[in-house]
Design a protein around this ligand. Sequence first.
Ligand SMILES: Cc1cc2nc3c(=O)[nH]c(=O)nc-3n(C[C@H](O)[C@H](O)[C@H](O)COP(=O)(O)O)c2cc1C
Length: 321
Amino acid sequence: MNIMLAPMEGVIDHHMRAILTGIGGYQRCVTEFIRVVDQLLPPHVFHRLCPELLTGGKTAAGVPVVVQLLGGIPDVTAANARRVAELGAPGVDINFGCPSKLVNRKAGGAVLLKEPRRVYDITHAVRQAVPNNIPVSGKIRLGYDDTMQALDNARAVADAGASFIVVHARTRADGYKAPARWECLAHINEALNIPVIANGDINSLQDYQRCLEITGCHDVMVGRGAVARPDLARQIQQNATPLLWCEICKLLGDMYIAMKTQPGSKEKGILGRIKQWLVLLKKTYPEARAGFECVRKFRRLEALEAWLKASEKQENAVNSQ
Ligand SMILES: Cc1cc2nc3c(=O)[nH]c(=O)nc-3n(C[C@H](O)[C@H](O)[C@H](O)COP(=O)(O)O)c2cc1C
């Protein structure tokens, strides 16, 4: 069984990947999408979104980080994929699921699902450009407006030579609305001769078990659930005891320090990311609600730092009683 950490633009960056893979249970991560329009991007663009390229393409915990490209022109996407491979990425993933209007207008992301032939051409060009020992994968949704072409698109990715495919069990029109349509993955999984990784709404061990039952898939990708429950993969893999809130506070502190020590980091950006994480944590930890109410008023890092220190201390004291 493999669990992959999903790409999430603006949420799962290299700091978050380091923290979540450090907890354990993940076999692979995927970067936020790197948008390719009509030219070969310089190495610093790839290094910015995937600094792990400078450390063997792996997080500190040793989990490979696949680089995700979003592009609509086969040869341009392929040229960038070749560069990504040269820079040491352990895999290249192609984004066929982004719902952003801006991205879709420029013929990238989910809009490509209207043309399975194009999905094939892009995947095939990337596969040809990247050495055989580096896996190429595609991440699709079930379709743009409906699911009619789901299998055609999945087949296009497989026939073009991808090593595996991730299927987010929603159409673009579904957005991120729950529930994900796991039942649609079963026949894709049956029809393809490459691994189909199930994605969408796997937020707990129970979800994981039900998703596998319904889809017949062996492997999954988790996104929002991984941020809301930082030890989700470990719980799934080992049925481990869930992290306590004090341990979560320690992770928030780790995230804060990682961001603060990064050259060029901005006060507002750091505050925003901690607030964002607290919002997602609310789904699992009732304590995060009060935390968010406090932190959302902060305008300065000093206030955040004091709150983080106090939360950790307070929680440690409660737990040692
Ligand atoms: C804020 C946000 C950013 C995302 N960014 C990306 C991205 O860069 N590339 C991608 O393929 N999918 C992206 N996704 C989709 C997720 O990878 C995933 O497919 C989706 O959230 C469903 O999985 P989940 O229910 O486990 O979150 C994003 C989703 C969210 C909510």
